[in-house]
Design a protein around this ligand. Structure first.
Ligand SMILES: C[S@@+](CC[C@H](N)C(=O)[O-])C[C@H]1O[C@@H](n2cnc3c(N)ncnc32)[C@H](O)[C@@H]1O
Ligand SMILES: [Zn+2]
Ligand SMILES: [Zn+2]
Ligand SMILES: [Zn+2]
Length: 278
């Protein structure tokens, strides 16, 4: 699947970003997800060779996680959901962008599900429809590694993707040697983890910034009463084509890190790490 071989690496004469993969998603997204290397510095691209792209949450056997045969939750609205529906309508406006960012971040947002009576065009079905806006993976710098940037302008409040990967329990998470791609989630009241090291989508390449332009919301849309919480990424600003997409990893993530934050924002809070690279 690489369209160029290892020789790209030595081809520094052009000093231009080069396409390492034309579509790392291999057709899993509506759009292609290219990977751009940068001949000006070394980037470890070996991870792409064993990486299985998925835009869904799967179990360790690679099957869709948390499927249930007995639906227990559904709304009875006709057409568009009303604001007093049991689902979380009111968060999204027409066209599917976020109307109320505070409501989105408040708690778990419940989108309508396949058993809800409302129409498929109901405005409360947003993240479940999957990512719509093209992005690309690029070589950000030798320390941060790869990053994600927008391939088109994206409006404020737009859903851009969910954190996909393997859903594992605490015990399994402790056994995983690399915690870099672990993201906590819930199924009902149980805390579980999504590991995107081996399987995942482009959101696993999103870096941290102390002035992020993307927020992560908890959303459910499965019909089971025991809801799988999807970690969904929404733009928190209008994004320009070519701009890097970033989230705030949070204080707990930075607490035990020995390297400084390289977000370069004037609001950077974790600049003074103990890392030797500074
Ligand atoms: C979830 S991964 C993000 C993708 C990663 N850049 C890659 O190449 O796979 C998180 C890792 O990226 C790097 N990283 C992300 N944001 C960073 C930041 N603001 N400053 C320094 N390193 C960062 C750290 O090595 C961190 O452990
Ligand atoms: Zn609805
Ligand atoms: Zn409804
Ligand atoms: Zn920072």
């Amino acid at each position: 699947m690489p369209i160029i071989g290892k020789e790209w690496f030595t081809d520094v004469a052009k000093q231009q970003p080069m396409v390492l993969y034309e579509d790392i998603s291999q057709g899993c997204e509506r759009f292609v997800v290219p990977v751009y290397s940068n001949p000006r510095f070394f980037m470890d691209s070996s991870l792409f060779e064993n990486f299985k792209y998925t835009s869904r949450i799967i179990d360790v056997a690679g099957q869709l996680a948390c499927r249930s045969a007995s639906p227990t939750f559904m709304c009875q609205c006709a057409g568009q959901c009303s604001t007093n529906c049991e689902c979380s309508s009111g968060v999204f406006g027409e066209g599917g962008t976020v109307e109320n960012m505070e409501l989105l971040m408040w708690d778990t947002v419940r989108e309508c599900n396949e058993y809800c009576n409302c129409a498929l065009w109901c405005g409360n079905r947003v993240a479940q429809k999957g990512a719509m806006y093209p992005v690309e993976i690029f070589a950000r710098d030798p320390w941060c590694g790869w990053g994600v940037r927008a391939s088109v302008d994206i409006a404020f409040g737009t859903f851009i993707g969910e954190y996909a990967g393997e859903l594992i329990d605490d015990e399994e998470a402790m056994d995983r040697h690399d915690s870099t791609f672990l993201f906590e989630t819930k199924v009902g009241s149980e805390t579980l983890t999504i590991d995107a090291k081996y399987s995942g989508n482009y959101t696993r390449f999103i870096n941290h910034s102390c002035a992020p332009n993307v927020k992560v919301a908890n959303i459910s849309w499965d019909y089971d009463k025991i809801q799988l919480i999807h970690m969904c990424f929404f733009t928190d600003k209008a994004i320009r084509k070519g701009e890097e997409l970033t989230i705030d990893y949070g204080e707990a993530w930075w607490a035990n890190k020995k390297f400084p934050c390289l977000c370069k924002s004037s609001e950077c809070r974790y600049q003074f790490g103990n890392d030797q690279r500074t």
